[in-house]
Design a protein around this ligand. Structure first.
Ligand code: PMP
Length: 446
């Protein structure tokens, strides 16, 4: 076959032919060429344990044979597309999802998270016959026109002409502020918007855990109280479970775990186990409003739907939600312990299950962002891929495939300890009173 390209060659091709918006992690990035469960291999044969792929698509593991078998079988059997023709996998998948998520018995299949949210927002407009939306600051909901308009994170709001009917309220979190206080502030803002504009608002869209916003879990009772206020004004709640869905947080739906039933839930990423698929699902009464013809060329195609069925089988048979809860507890404890060792570097550990974040230098975010970049690079060189997110990009993100082992977590924590230890050393050295240049080496400082 073709010779493998070096990282510099791939970067050069991307620079030449991708739009300039394209970014990559790392000063010396690996070129990934293969994957197996919780591990990926680069073009030079180095193996990495993946602590971040779960953010995207492979909660069930890279190239998991239980899932690729279904993909290959379906690819060889039927690749016909569009919901206009009858095929079996998408019908079975819809039935399966309704069984797993009984609060949302109706579903529409599409190809990505953005498309799922776009559909959910449009459905909310049809159902309520209202145009406006409420969203949280620091949220991320997608890359299409409407989903970008409800995205609060400025770095992902690239459209210079976003939809103007969006009311942002403060997310129920601020560093150093007690959770309940932050929740009250946010709910008061919600009340204010509903009082002044409630009759023009179709829905509020929320991530149960803000992923790109820095692993911010909606505080206890917040979503249920928000839902009650929304109900009083006939405003729907859309739970964006694109990062949280299908087990990562310790339950099939994180909103469920946090005590709320939404009107519409959106899903993607984990559902396809690496193959593109998105879905929005809704209650009977809300779903009834999507009654004009709508079809998708690739939405619910047999390959994606057949793969998703295998993913759901795997999630259930391997009890991945329970596994995520158990291993997540171990990882969180380890990170908390590290926070106790390095309190001046590691400010806060947040998250649920295997969706965890560790914020560095919360009081000095630009220092934190530089520290995060250094940790990412050194951890990669030690064989672990971790991620980063947060408004200031100063949060280490841990979202491994749910098939990861306890021993992988221990090994990762050991290396992280060494890397943070190095940071601490450098910090202490920088704080030492400077020694005159002509001071004899080897002698003790006065
Ligand atoms: N919602 C959330 C919470 C996400 O994290 C993302 C992607 N990071 C999206 C929506 C958009 O999904 P996609 O990239 O599949 O369009």
């Amino acid at each position: 076959g073709r010779p493998t390209l070096t990282a510099q060659e791939v970067i050069a091709l991307r620079k030449a032919h991708f739009f300039p918006c394209t970014q990559h992690f790392y000063r010396n990035p690996p070129v990934l060429v293969s994957g197996s469960m919780q591990r990926v291999t680069d073009s030079e044969g180095r193996v990495y344990t993946d602590f971040f792929a779960g953010v995207s698509v492979v909660a069930s593991g890279h190239c998991n044979p239980a899932i690729t078998k279904a993909t290959v079988r379906q690819t060889r059997t039927l690749q016909h597309t569009t919901t206009i023709y009858l095929t079996e996998p998408s019908a079975r998948l819809a039935q399966r999802m309704a069984g797993l998520l009984p609060a949302y018995p109706k579903v529409f299949f599409c190809n990505s998270g953005s498309e799922a949210n776009e559909g959910a927002l449009m459905l909310a407009r049809r159902h309520t016959k209202r145009k406006g939306f409420i969203a949280l600051t620091e949220s991320l909901h997608g890359r299409t026109a409407l989903t970008m308009s409800v995205t609060g994170l400025s770095m992902w709001r690239g459209d210079p002409f976003p939809d103007e009917d969006v009311h942002f309220i403060p997310r129920p979190y601020a560093y150093g502020v007690p959770a309940q206080e932050a929740a009250e502030l946010s709910l008061n803002a919600l009340r204010g918007v509903l009082q002044s504009a409630g009759d023009r608002i179709a829905a509020m869209i929320v991530e149960p855990i803000q992923g790109n916003g820095g692993m911010v879990v909606m505080p206890d009772g917040y979503l249920a109280r928000a839902k009650k206020l929304l109900d009083e004004h006939g405003v729907l709640l859309i739970a964006d479970e694109i990062q949280t869905g299908f087990g990562r947080t310790g339950a099939l739906l994180c909103s469920d775990q946090l005590g709320v039933q939404a009107d519409i839930v959106t899903l993607a990423k984990a559902l396809g186990g690496g193959i593109p698929i998105g879905a929005f699902a809704a209650t009977e009464s809300v779903a009834a409003s999507l009654d004009t013809p709508s079809a998708s060329t690739f939405g619910g195609n047999p390959v994606s739907a057949g793969t998703a069925l295998a993913v759901l089988d795997y999630v259930e048979s391997q009890r991945l939600p329970e596994r995520a809860a158990r291993l997540g507890t171990a990882l969180k404890l380890g990170l908390e312990r590290m926070r106790a060792f390095y309190p001046r570097i590691l400010s806060e550990v947040r998250g649920l299950g295997l969706m965890l974040g560790a914020e560095l230098h919360a009081d000095e975010p630009s220092l934190g962002a530089a520290a995060v970049d250094r940790v990412l690079e050194e951890m990669k060189d030690r064989g672990f891929l971790i991620g980063k997110n947060g408004v200031a990009r100063n949060v280490l993100a841990f979202q491994p495939p749910l098939v990861i082992d306890a021993s992988d977590i221990e090994a990762m924590l050991e290396q992280l300890d060494a890397v943070l230890g190095g940071l601490e050393q450098d910090r202490l050295r920088a704080e030492e009173p400077s020694v005159p240049a002509d001071f004899p080496s080897g002698a003790e400082a006065p």
